[in-house]
Design a protein around this ligand. Sequence first.
Ligand SMILES: Cc1cc2nc3c(=O)[nH]c(=O)nc-3n(C[C@H](O)[C@H](O)[C@H](O)COP(=O)(O)O)c2cc1C
Length: 233
Amino acid sequence: MDIQHHAFSQLLLSRHSCRDFLPETVPESVIKKMIALARAAPSSANLQPGKFHALTGEPLGGFVKTLSDISANNPPEPASYSYFPQPMPGELKLRQREAGYALYGALNIQRRDITARKQQFAANYRFFDAPVGIVVTIDKEMGSGCFMDLGMFIMSFLMLAESTGYSSCVIGAFSHYGSAIHRLLSLSADEKVVCGIALGRANRQAPVNQFRTSRIALEDFATFQGFSDRETQ
Ligand SMILES: Cc1cc2nc3c(=O)[nH]c(=O)nc-3n(C[C@H](O)[C@H](O)[C@H](O)COP(=O)(O)O)c2cc1C
């Protein structure tokens, strides 16, 4: 059995973060089905934390315009959840740098070209001009373990999108303007913004969609004991 050639393995490998989209939108019936199906993801005690708020058309246009203005004219808020370890170990810094070089390299943006870098970063707050933008929230009282559940929900959604020919990009940068986004979408008081998801058909010709990120070697993140069939996997 060569799992590498399974349709699902191929789907996993074909997904990558897409940062340039075609204008074609995603039909409401399709996005509703994808979000409903993604709920099949497991969650601790079946709590099913997290909400998706999907925008397209005029509501999306208004949202990205205002969010772009806010992010261009206001410093980032302290994120409502922590992400990177402080200080960041060298090994992680290297991975972060490699991903950054790949992104900016694909766009031919030089390391010192701060203006061009800022312009690319600003595209986060336009959902990379995707035809659909999703704001992901979680109940602010949930414990940090619930981010595992939410991650599984999001990944299920990303894979469903991939399986139907759509592409996506998760946008953690939204957490820097969480309270502004909260206001803009009139979210309920118990919600906290976690991230955005850009969704649509990829512009496959766009330079920013040409690079692929690498992954660390299996032996660097997994150990195995007691297996006797190593050669047949
Ligand atoms: C939780 C999360 C937050 C992310 N935030 C951003 C972001 O704000 N901007 C961005 O361009 N990419 C963002 N990404 C995409 C990552 O940079 C990308 O997943 C990583 O470099 C691996 O590349 P790949 O998705 O193409 O395999 C995020 C991904 C995840 C899972």
